[in-house]
Structure formats: C-alpha cells, structure tokens
Design a protein around this ligand. Structure first.
Ligand SMILES: Cc1ncc(COP(=O)(O)O)c(C=O)c1O
Length: 375
C-alpha cells in the first residue's frame, strides 16, 4: 500500500529532535523556526514532558470518557490559571479542526441558528463546518459548501453590522492573528465592535486560538491583546507540543448537557499527561513572557535586512514579507542553510513559528542563515 499523495514533500527525513534542533537520518541538524507547523511550544523532547508521558504510559494510556479521569480536571485547573480564563469549562478533543467543529456546533445548539460569519483569508480546519468557514475554495468540497458561511473583510464594520442583524447567524469565528492566511490582524476597534455586536444580537463569538494561542503571541491568548471576551475559545497545536490534542473552552454562561458533545479519544490519559506537562513547563520557564520579550529583538533584526519589506505578527508568531514569492527561498533555507520556516497563503510571506523557549542567540543564528541565503 502507498500513502495517499496529498503533500508535496521536501526530501528531509527527521529521526530525532531536541529543543529547537531537528536531526535527519544523515545526522544533519536543522534549526527549527517552524515548530513543526506551529506545534512545538516548549521545545522538542523537553525532558519534563518526556518524563510525564513515559510515567503515564507505564500506568494507563487510555480508557473511555465514561469513567473518571482526574487528569482532565487537573489539566483544566492548570490551564484556567495560566490563561486567566477561569470562567470557562473545557471540552477535550483531538485536533484543531475538531475543536472548531465542536465550537460551531455548540454555537448552533445554543442559538438554534446555522449561518456563520468568517473572515477573508481565514483558516479553521478541514472538517465539515470548519472547512466551510475557511476562506479557500480549493479545499471545500460540494458537501462542505452546503454550510451557510459569509466571508467579510477585517474592518468592514458596515458589512458586519448588516450581516449580523439579519438574525440567522449562530457564530462569528475569528483568528486574532491569522496563521496560514498570512499574519493579518483585526484592529482592537474592529474586534471590540464585533464582540459588542455579537452580544447585542445573541451571536456566539468564537476565538480560534489554535495557532495564535498558547503563548505564541506574547500573551496566553492572542485575543487578550484586545479588550474582548469570546464566548468560546478553541485550542490545539502548541497545547500538546506534538501530542495530538485539542480543546474547546466554553464560557460558563453556555450550559452543558449529557451527550451534547462527545469523543472516543479526546481527553485520554496520555493526552492529559502531555498537556499538563506543557502548561507546567510554560509556567515554570515563563515562556509566554519569553515570546513577548523576543519580539522587538526579532523585529529590529528583520527590518535591518533591506529585502524584508514588512514584519507581521506578534510575539513569536511572525511573518517576514518580501517583494517576491518566497517558495524558492524557503526551499533553499532548508537545503543550503539547514533552517525550517513556513509558507502562507500570502505567497510573499515567510512564516516564523519557533518553539517558545528560543533565545536571542537562536534569533542571531536564524538571521545569519537568512542573510547568507539572500546574499
Ligand atoms: C487557526 C487554525 N485553526 C484550525 C486549524 C486546524 O487544526 P488541525 O490541523 O489540528 O485540524 C489550524 C491548523 O493549521 C489553524 O492554523
């Protein structure tokens, strides 16, 4: 049997990784400024994380959600404290798309409505309603297009007001910093107005923090740069540092009932051990602060390079904008400079998503490699 061929692959085969270094089968070491797709938050193979997962698997790795698993509550309590979001209840699932799918479903249950407002260049995942709310025709099959979704531009308050007042909207879903789309952000003024109009019209506001959350923006959640409170927050990626896990934080004003959401694998013992280790390390090593602190240093170094036309993003969720398409540069950085970076829907943008525990020295190494490649 062969693999279903959906990914254009770079010819690199990693066999081990530590901190922000990935080693391939020939022993070549790569600097990871992509975090394996924005996933590696506390660094590859963090010793505490490995210890906790190994300890857990020696006891129990999985059992169904119809028995008690105190690790789930332990994680929820620690996440609530670290994120400052204590007024939410947690539903655990397995991926980002699944988190958004459940969030949209809860919004629809809660309001009895079904239309979604999403934004230009958004990405929310590849499942039914999540992909329909994603601004990419190519990955929406006819079955997904049955969903009712309206796409608007950031800052289009007039359009937003008109749409939300039609009375058939269940949810507004928004990334406080767009990931795959290309690091665009709504202004605080727009975000506040959106939140206010959601409240006035009984519409659920979903903050998709799957990429921009979990400390990456220099605050635990990227929406916390603005003065808004979403009804639902979705998380995945950095949450498990590579262990597949996702979550939906649902404001306590939205009540749970038995069976309304459910999953076989979500919140299993191993996923909880990984997730607990991540929040503990993030707290102990002050990683949210580290992401915030390194931003200005990174930005200053980036803007000193004439080819870099713009620096987008916040914290360690960054985009370097050039006046040429970056696909070739990205490939050359891998093969000539042993450096992983990411691309975006905006083809002029190099997406930078390193582990949150990098140092100024790592940033220096990154820019030396980038400059060498641009020379
Ligand atoms: C903002 C955002 N939402 C949702 C998803 C989907 O997550 P997953 O690939 O885990 O389903 C992604 C993945 O890149 C994302 O960046």
């Amino acid at each position: 049997m062969k693999m279903f061929d959906v990914y254009p692959l770079y010819d690199v085969t990693p066999v081990s990784a530590k901190g922000n270094i990935v080693t391939d089968k020939k022993g070549k070491e790569y600097l990871d400024f992509y975090g394996g797709h924005g996933v590696i938050s506390i660094g590859h193979s963090h010793p505490y994380y490995l210890k906790k997962i190994k300890e857990q698997i020696d006891h129990i790795g999985f059992y169904s959600n119809y028995i008690k698993n105190p690790k789930q509550q332990e994680f929820a309590t620690k996440l609530g404290k670290l994120s400052g979001c204590k007024d939410y209840n947690l539903f655990l699932c397995n991926s980002g798309a699944e988190a958004n799918e459940n969030a949209l479903k809860m919004a629809s249950f809660q309001t009895g409505k079904s239309r979604v407002i999403s934004f230009a260049n958004s990405f929310h995942g590849r499942t039914s309603a999540a992909v329909a709310a994603t601004d990419n025709e190519k990955i929406n099959a006819p079955i997904n297009k049955q969903q009712k979704v309206t796409f608007l531009a950031f800052e289009d308050i007039e359009g937003f007001t008109t749409e939300i007042k039609k009375g058939d909207v269940c949810a507004v879903i928004i990334e406080a910093i767009q990931g795959i789309g290309g690091l665009d952000q709504p202004t605080t003024e727009f975000f506040e107005k959106v939140a206010q109009l959601c409240k006035e019209n009984g519409v659920i506001l979903i903050a998709d923090e799957i990429q921009c959350g979990y400390g990456r923006s220099g605050k635990f959640f990227a929406f916390q740069h603005h003065k808004i409170q979403p009804d639902i927050i979705t998380i995945a990626k950095g949450m498990g540092n590579g262990f597949p896990v996702g979550g939906v934080l649902i404001h306590e004003s939205i009540k749970a009932s038995y069976g309304v959401l459910g999953t076989t694998f979500g919140g299993n013992h191993l996923a909880c051990a990984a997730s607990i280790a991540v929040v503990e390390v993030m707290k102990k090593e002050n990683l949210v602060k580290n992401a915030a602190n390194l931003y200005e240093y990174f930005k200053a170094k980036a803007l000193a390079i004439p080819e870099v036309k713009n620096v987008k993003g916040k914290g360690l969720m960054l985009g370097l904008e050039f006046d040429f398409e970056v696909a070739e540069l990205r490939k050359n950085l891998i093969f000539n400079q042993a450096l992983f970076t990411g691309g975006a829907k905006n083809k002029h943008l190099l997406r930078i998503l390193p582990p949150l525990n990098i140092t100024k020295n790592d940033i220096d190494v990154f820019f030396d490699a980038l400059k060498a490649e641009l020379a």
